[in-house]
Design a protein around this ligand. Sequence first.
Ligand SMILES: Nc1ncnc2c1ncn2[C@@H]1O[C@H](COP(=O)(O)OP(=O)(O)OP(=O)(O)O)[C@@H](O)[C@H]1O
Ligand SMILES: [Mg+2]
Length: 466
Amino acid sequence: MLTASLRGLRGPYALRHPRPLPRPVPQSPADRVLLWTKGLTKSYAGADGELPVLSGIDLRIRDGEVVALLGKSGCGKSTLLRCLAGLLPASSGTVSYRGEPLKGANPGTAMVFQTFALLPWLTVRQNVELGLEAKGLGPAERADAARRAIDLIGLDGFESAYPKELSGGMRQRVGFARALVVEPDVLMMDEPFSALDVLTAENLRGELMELWESGQFPTRAIVLVTHNIEEAVLLADRIVVLGSRPYGTVREIVEVDLDRPRDRRTPAFEQIVDHVYRTMTGREKETRAPGGSPALERRTPANTPLPPAGVDGLSGLAELVLHRGGRCDLADLADGLGLAVDDVVPQVDALDLLGFARLSDGELELTPAGTAFASADVQESKRIFGTAVWHAPLVKLIAGSLRQNPRGRQRAGFFRDVLAHHFTSEQVQRQLDTATDWGRYAELFGYDADRAEYRLLTGTDAQLEE
Ligand SMILES: Nc1ncnc2c1ncn2[C@@H]1O[C@H](COP(=O)(O)OP(=O)(O)OP(=O)(O)O)[C@@H](O)[C@H]1O
Ligand SMILES: [Mg+2]
């Protein structure tokens, strides 16, 4: 299949750099801009009209830099990356590549995906050559370019293997080789390490940055999507922190002026992580009613996604804060536990959503309800949780619709369909997992996995009365 399609390719093709070149020394600032968005806005068509996702994004990607797009799930990172790659059209505003507004796919970019996106029936070499399909190369040039990309990325010896024979790390190397073989100006990566185990991810990140630093990388800039603060600080020269309320906007662009290779354990590194963390977790004004209390009446399953935090995790965090006097600096707390701040972000979001804690300027403080929850015995904590959980719109939706159903049952697919208008399928699944855990703990509803069905728990009618 591949051979047939490649045989059809014609025309001369000269690789821009016959062998790896050092990254060029930038000239004037104007020459350095590879990608430029001006007032970029993006909406998706939803069941109830347009769903705005990105608003007023002004961003420049310059020659020689690694830029990380950082933000929580659903803030529009992948959407922004796809707009930069020309895979999605802007709803308004412009995206330019080397000064020219984009019309269709960006010829200067290639993408690496979180899920590798390899074709299982093709070998490593054929998968890599696939990246060249649109370039009109002859067989010898294709083979030569693929061989160089495979060598560069450490896949030699695996050329004839099929994806299923490879480990996750090796599969992602194929993803890198397939993108690099076209020698794009800008390499785009959408959470390329997040499907890998910790050690493999660390190893691959390290190798990638070594190549980049040594000038062997056949690209001029890298744009990386991540939701991991430490990964952003480790890799990027600039971190674009995206906020998500009311829609994706640039909250701040943080310059990371640290020597490479970077050491996570230096005070300078930790200081930047701390700063980015505060920027990312600081609450936006729009979500607050006057007086600082959350504007609960405006919360819907669409605008208030549930964070991926189970009851065990969020109550564990609440107890730790309680032991520190009900208030503590979150970065210190994470550090004291040997965790990265990223590790506790979902739990902090959950405590905030449930009204158990407030975060301001990096300090997490338990509310009276949170203090009661953290100090109660199991039965009492379930009771307190059962009240607070109504702040979670998805839990409210599930419990409410079960109650309206005479059989007290509802298929999970119903909620999945409702959420699918606003979230990707992975985001929907993560949120349903959280809602199930919370609903069970509050003894509101249960979930029958065999029937993929939610069921009202008997004797909970009183609780349903809000
Ligand atoms: N094709 C689509 N149709 C409708 N809505 C979409 C579509 N793709 C994404 N969205 C919604 O747009 C918002 C931004 O999604 P996007 O995938 O860009 O976020 P993200 O920051 O990459 O999230 P994650 O960290 O989970 O990957 C989300 O609310 C998402 O559900
Ligand atoms: Mg994404």
